[in-house]
Ligand binder design. Structure first.
Ligand SMILES: Nc1nc2c(c(=O)[nH]1)N[C@H]1C(S)=C(S)[C@@H](COP(=O)(O)OP(=O)(O)OC[C@H]3O[C@@H](n4cnc5c(=O)[nH]c(N)nc54)[C@H](O)[C@@H]3O)O[C@H]1N2
Ligand SMILES: Nc1nc2c(c(=O)[nH]1)N[C@H]1C(S)=C(S)[C@@H](COP(=O)(O)OP(=O)(O)OC[C@H]3O[C@@H](n4cnc5c(=O)[nH]c(N)nc54)[C@H](O)[C@@H]3O)O[C@H]1N2
Ligand code: SF4
Ligand SMILES: [Mo]
Length: 696
């Protein structure tokens, strides 16, 4: 179904942020300025509502601190002093510095980007082609979702799940490692509708989040123990015969082996691991097994720990055991991004890579940025990183083990370019800043990881000041570097028209031109996607047992892996740093975006740390005082809230603050680590032990 025509007084846009909701926006423009953005009432997932942050998007676009001209560093690295220069001079200067490196050791050039915009054009299109053509190092973009994506790939075959629209028909919803009131608002609307119709909502989260407090039940397990909980549920489901034998026989692989694995986690053992009551686990399993329309909204909060990939695998087995997939309101949703037939080869052109397809430039995991920037270079690592080009990301604030990241950025011999809207913590370290356009000023095309529409974003206003789109900047850099492949100079329209495989059945009858006019199109998919199997694994079944994992020498069955930093995983460390710190998103920020929008920052107030009374009391920490949070990697300060929102043994610091807008110039990533998850090489932000003391 295509959207009805939008009234002429609005321009159509898409929220570009890294959020599962991918809202359709209407932009009101007056005298060349965006004066208002609102949710499109005609777009089914958006239902006319944007979150508080993005209703301020016009303020952000026309913010007085927008970068309007290229800037060259005049102060020391990190000091943040720059002079404005013209585009020609800026591009010439960039090429002068990059050319000798590209000629000598192209892998010494490193791109660093993530999802500042989720757009397929302003994300990895010309940018990827530019780095491919140079033979630069490749970046493994794993900071957020890679463990979960791997868990889904080995179990379902891809990032596929339920349709968000049908959660309102569910009778039981497990909201698992997810705080939708903050980070998935339009799902929360569905869950509330389900609740009104009589559904039971259960939050599984170490923290009594804004969402958990509104559910019927909150199970506050220890961080990183979700796999033990899920395996114990599986054990109960099987032992009490709450399973759908017919579904299992027809559409799953490895039941017998999974049964044996789950038997290693009887509820009594899992209860100990998770720090919850045995009876809670048994009742949870019984409720899930007894409800036909039972669903799970899993989210990424539960996979930012050592065992994140296995945990997603364990949870993903549940609806296949009970046959919940038979109903359109049953099953699980972590990500729906795999439904859209994106043509990433057409967008990114890996064939431009030096050595394609047999020998490729090295791959650097973005979570190990600190170590990568501080590495002197050797035969194993390859050349030292000499140039860094950052776009769509703010690594000095968001990447783990930030002391090392900042030390790397401070290297005087590192040449750094940052493409940005604002002078972020990262931009402070740049040699050159290129001012980038926002979503209201450029063209893009989107898929979503929370619903199943593809969407077009058309520019509502001209670029503000001298800003240019990422694609325009990379075309300019390509020209300045004397690169000549025509792929480097395609227009945004040409790129957008190639973003999807339009001949895929899910897009039947669609084209770029149709999408541009309509604004969005719903993918043609079955209502209950796995009612009759149809998983995209090699066997076509839901793989409890994964032959692909086994052939890599990995555990073919989901298992519980104790967090790196926990009493079980590292007793010596836990003796020195007994508190587990998690730093999930604050409601009024979007990662580190919007921290500089005053109205939103003032709602958050200042960096806080929530601590349970039983942990505060022996440390002589009083509510409202400033505390120091520290471990071997670093420290930060925050104002403490003594509250049982945080479970005992866990402290919570909602994030991600700009360091320079925090009173002590630091944020939560001072203490997080560069260790990677079991599968996918994801970050382990919530696998982090600390100690807390009064700051005075
Ligand atoms: N307002 C707002 N919305 C956002 C974002 C934002 O910064 N602000 N960020 C966006 C991005 S990039 C992402 S990836 C998503 C993230 O959104 P979610 O996927 O919802 O993930 P998180 O917010 O990281 O964590 C959600 C909940 O998981 C809990 N949690 C932490 N550790 C564990 C654990 O080990 N087990 C379990 N069961 N729960 C745990 C946290 O306490 C938190 O309440 O949200 C997106 N939306
Ligand atoms: N401690 C802790 N750290 C975390 C997390 C956590 O929960 N706790 N969450 C992690 C997660 S899930 C994620 S996804 C990452 C997110 O990390 P990032 O992807 O770096 O997200 P943001 O902090 O929002 O920074 C995006 C930047 O891109 C810029 N930008 C937006 N659009 C454009 C554009 O069109 N062009 C250019 N050039 N720039 C643009 C914005 O101005 C913004 O500064 O952070 C991770 N870090
Ligand atoms: S951040 Fe999420 S909820 Fe807010 S407008 Fe964007 S897509 Fe919608
Ligand atoms: Mo994320």
């Amino acid at each position: 179904m295509n959207a009805p025509a939008v009234p002429a007084e609005f321009a159509r846009a898409v929220c570009p942020h890294d959020c599962p909701d991918t809202c359709a926006m209407r932009v009101t423009v007056k005298n060349g300025k965006a004066v208002k953005v609102s949710g499109d009432p005609d777009h089914p997932p958006t239902q006319g509502v944007l979150c508080t942050k993005v209703t301020r998007y016009a303020d952000r676009t026309h913010h007085r601190d927008r970068l309007l001209m290229p800037m060259r560093r005049v102060g020391r690295k990190g000091e943040g002093r720059f002079e404005a220069i013209g585009w020609d001079e800026a591009l010439r200067f960039a090429a002068e510095r990059l050319k000798p490196i590209a000629a000598r050791a192209p892998e010494a050039i490193l791109p660093y980007s993530y999802a500042g915009t989720m757009g397929l054009v302003q994300g990895e299109s010309i940018a990827a082609r530019f780095f491919n053509a140079l033979g630069a190092s490749r970046l493994d973009r794993t900071i957020c979702a890679a463990a979960g994506a791997a868990g889904l790939k080995y179990t379902y075959g891809a990032s596929l799940g339920m349709h968000t629209e049908y959660f309102d028909e569910s009778e039981l919803i497990l909201i698992w490692g997810s705080n939708p009131i903050a980070s998935n608002l339009h799902f929360w609307t569905r869950a509330q509708e389900a609740k009104r119709r009589g559904a039971r909502l259960i939050a599984i989260d170490p923290y009594r989040s804004l969402t958990a407090e509104k559910c019927h039940q909150h199970i506050a397990l220890k961080p990183g123990t979700d796999a033990a909980l899920a395996l114990a549920m599986i054990d109960v489901l099987i032992k009490e015969n709450l399973i759908d034998r017919e579904y299992i026989d027809s559409y799953t692989l490895g039941f017998v082996q999974l049964k044996a694995r789950a038997a290693e986690y009887p509820p009594a053992r899992a209860a100990q691991i998770c720090g919850i009551d045995e009876q809670v686990i048994v009742e949870l399993a019984r409720a899930f097994g007894a409800t036909k329309k039972a669903s799970i909204r899993l989210n990424y909060g539960m996979q930012r720990v050592r065992g994140g990939g296995n945990a997603v695998r364990a949870v993903a087995c549940l609806p296949s055991l009970t046959g919940a997939w038979r109903e359109r309101s049953g099953g699980m949703l972590l990500s729906s991004s795999g439904w859209a037939p994106v043509d990433s080869a057409a967008l990114e052109r890996p064939d431009l890579l030096l050595g394609w397809p047999s020998k490729l430039p090295r791959l650097i995991n973005m979570n190990a940025l600190g170590d990568a920037l501080l590495h002197p270079g050797d035969v194993t690592f390859g050349p030292k990183v000499e140039a860094l080009i950052v776009y769509n990301s703010n690594p000095v604030a968001v990447a783990p083990d930030s002391e090392k990241v900042a030390a790397g950025f401070a290297r005087e011999d590192l040449f750094t370019i940052v493409l940005e809207h604002f002078q972020t913590d990262t931009a402070d370290y740049a040699d050159l800043i290129f001012p980038a356009t926002t979503q209201l000023e450029h063209l893009d095309v989107h898929k979503s990881y929370g619903h199943t529409h593809v969407m077009a974003n058309l520019p509502a206003i001209a670029p503000v000041g001298g800003s240019r789109s990422n694609t325009e900047i990379f075309r300019g850099l390509s020209r300045a570097m004397d690169l000549t492949d025509p792929a480097l100079f395609e227009t945004d329209e040409e790129i957008a028209s190639k973003a999807f495989r339009w001949d895929d059945p899910a897009l039947a009858g669609q084209s770029w031109n149709a999408l541009k006019t309509a604004g969005w199109a719903q993918l043609k998919l079955a209502d209950a996607p796995f009612a009759n199997g149809g998983f995209r694994t090699p066997s076509g079944k839901c793989e409890f047992f994964s032959g692909r994992l086994q052939s890599q020498g990995l555990d073919p069955l989901p298992d519980y892996l104790a967090p790196y930093e926990s009493a079980d995983g590292s007793p010596e460390l836990a003796a020195r740093y007994p508190l587990a710190m998690i730093s999930p998103p604050a409601r009024n920020f979007l990662n580190s975006s919007f921290v500089n929008v005053e109205s939103l920052r003032s709602t958050e107030g200042e960096p806080h740390l929530d601590i349970h009374p039983a942990d505060a009391q022996p440390r002589q920490i009083a509510d409202g005082e400033i505390v120091r949070i520290f471990n071997d990697r670093g420290s930060m300060q925050a104002r403490v809230r003594v509250t049982d929102r945080a479970r005992e043994g866990v402290v919570v610091g909602l994030s991600i603050w700009w360091k320079k807008l925090a009173p002590d110039g630091r944020n939560a990533n001072q203490v997080t680590s560069q260790a990677l998850t079991d599968l996918g090489g994801s970050a382990t932000f919530y696998d982090c032990l600390v100690e807390v003391e009064p700051a005075h």
